[in-house]
Design a protein. Structure first.
Length: 288
């Protein structure tokens, strides 16, 4: 059951000042379309489970895992069975510079199955079950171990994505070190996303035509360049909107949007609410 829902926005309640929430869920109930700022991981333990994310249906067989990025609209029909639903604050990853390389994992939902990669599947399943054990333990280090297990899963997912991208690049036979180049490009984007970086400019920096760059970028990150940079800017805007002293217009400029109209449109599409509504939602959740 979603306890705190305002429109489509869910305020996740963390018990006892923890940064994580875990449900051992066997209730047959519908979860309406909603979004939240938490990272969500689901693994069915008994019977399969279907999740609709961004209009796409994902069916999970028993013990398969799905990672739902923060801010993604998702819903779940009433289904019999038992599943673990794990949520945690996304800023424990996004606000840590050393974990910047993991952010692309949240570009889109990620469904982990044995067919995708047996090694990744075994590692992810073990770590989510370790999180389950630690959550109900009374150890003073439980949350530390949960954090390490979560980072371990995300790092393994990102390593898999990079390996797949490197394999794709090798088939291009360009004679260039594309993986190294894209590492440099991603670092540049992550440091300068609040500035205007048109596709032509970043492609020139990388040494490609914009068409070739677009194709390789999508292989590397599973989303287009525009989707990626807008996602970075929206996440930055979320943090800025929390500040009551900043206007929506100032937030838009600081986050890298060329105009307030562009910002409002992109934010509404990503979060299903306007920046002004988001500020209001935060004030409500901050005082409940």
């Amino acid at each position: 059951m979603i306890k705190n829902l305002s429109g489509d926005y869910e305020t996740v309640e963390y018990e006892n000042q923890r940064f994580v929430m875990l449900y051992d869920n066997d209730e047959v109930e519908e979860y309406p379309t909603h979004w939240h700022n938490a990272v969500e991981v689901i693994i069915p333990l008994h019977n399969g489970f279907t999740v609709t994310i961004g209009g796409t249906n994902y069916h999970l067989n028993e013990k398969e895992i799905i990672i739902i990025p923060p801010g993604e609209l998702h819903s779940m029909p009433a289904q019999e069975g038992r599943r673990i639903i794990f949520q945690c604050e996304n800023n424990i990853i996004s606000d840590v510079p050393a974990l910047e390389a993991l952010i692309p994992v949240f570009s889109c939902p990620f469904h982990i199955t044995p067919a995708l990669s047996k090694e990744l599947y075994v590692l992810a399943r073990k770590n989510i079950l370790d999180i389950y054990s630690e959550y109900y333990s009374k150890s003073s280090l439980a949350d530390v171990r949960i954090y390490l297990s979560l980072v371990n899963i995300l790092a393994a997912v990102r390593e898999y994505q990079l390996t797949m991208a490197a394999d794709a690049f090798s088939t291009e036979a360009t004679g260039r070190d594309d993986t190294r180049k894209f590492g440099m490009v991603m670092k540049y984007i992550n440091q300068n996303y609040m500035e205007e970086i048109p596709l032509e400019k970043i492609a020139y920096i990388a040494g490609y035509s914009k068409y070739h760059f677009s194709r390789l970028f999508k292989k590397y990150n599973n989303v287009s360049y525009i989707q990626y940079i807008n996602s970075k800017r929206i996440k930055a805007a979320e943090r800025l909107l929390i500040d009551p002293n900043l206007s929506v217009t100032e937030v838009a400029m600081r986050a890298g949007f060329a105009s307030l109209t562009t910002f409002n449109r992109a934010f509404k599409k990503a979060k299903n609410c306007t920046p002004t509504e988001f500020k209001t939602l935060y004030k409500i959740s901050d005082h409940t």
